[in-house]
Write a protein that binds this ligand. Structure first.
Ligand code: ZN
Length: 278
């Protein structure tokens, strides 16, 4: 007897606008809604030149939830002027999220390879604490996304869920938590334990899925569809749910291969991969 593959329903499927980058946000909203997708995470480039509050209304009218805004962060720099610029930029992101009606900003925290990682981590904490009052006043949460260590040079000095949990604990604000992305964390032997700890602290704010292709041909732009690589996505989703998370499963894929495809065909493949492998 062949075993039936359990099929995931679409009630918690969210897609990041960058996943279907060739589409305008207007087209993405219409197509996602038609396909039965329930949530959208908006990347800032996707709403450039648009009125954010009108776009938020349009998204909700189409039946989608605005799940989060990507992205803020990039706090560290050896240069103080750059650190101040980053604070400004994060304040703008908070305003934008508020106008859009996004309850969460995902933070790619940043790193500066000309200084020690420890210094970058200190500046990340200072940066988050500096913008925290604005985030709180706007009703927008901040989700620290730990990034795979291959990005520790320039993209994030926060590279494990343990570090993100520790940072949340140190900052100790209900407005600061974690965005857990399987692409960045699947390899970590402490992932199950730290996911449970994150949930116990009430800090698990977002869950991002895709897959790790073998071999990966580009460090940034070769993410796979769920089921195409070596990440046990469904198993990790199980840990995430056991920890109390009941939010969206967000499909976030940067891929030159997929961006070259007909995006309608790609969207069908996303939905199928989601049903079978998330
Ligand atoms: Zn992510």
């Amino acid at each position: 007897m062949t075993q039936a593959i359990p099929v995931q329903d679409l009630s918690r499927l969210c897609i990041h606008t960058i996943t279907t980058k060739p589409w305008s946000i207007e087209e993405a909203v219409d197509r996602y809604a038609e396909a039965g997708v329930k949530g959208i995470t908006v990347w800032r480039d996707a709403i450039e030149g648009r009125n954010a509050s009108e776009m938020g209304g349009r998204i909700r009218n189409s039946g989608l939830d605005v799940v989060s805004l990507c992205r803020g962060g990039f706090f560290p720099s050896a240069n103080q002027q750059n650190r101040l610029k980053a604070i400004d930029d994060n304040r703008q992101a908070i305003e934008l999220a508020h106008s859009l009606g996004a309850p969460l900003i995902v933070l790619v925290c940043g790193a500066d390879s000309t200084q020690p990682l420890g210094e970058s981590r200190k500046q990340i904490r200072e940066g988050i604490e500096t913008v925290l009052p604005e985030a709180e006043a706007a009703g927008v949460k901040l989700g620290i996304e730990p990034l795979h260590p291959m990005y520790a040079d320039t993209r994030s000095a926060v590279n494990t869920l343990r570090q993100a949990n520790d940072l949340c604990q140190a900052i100790d604000s209900e407005w600061v938590g974690v965005a857990l992305d399987v692409y960045h964390l699947w390899w970590d032997p402490d992932l199950e334990a730290e996911t449970s700890r994150c949930g116990d602290m009430g800090k698990l704010f977002a869950f991002h899925v895709c897959d790790w292709r073998v071999p990966t041909e580009d460090m940034l732009l070769d993410r796979g569809l769920m089921g195409e690589g070596c990440i046990p996505v469904r198993k990790i989703r199980g840990w995430v749910e056991e920890s109390g998370f009941s939010g969206y499963n967000e499909v976030e894929i940067f891929s030159n291969r997929f961006w070259e495809m007909d995006q309608a065909v790609f969207l069908d493949r996303i939905v199928k991969a989601y049903q079978e492998n998330v």
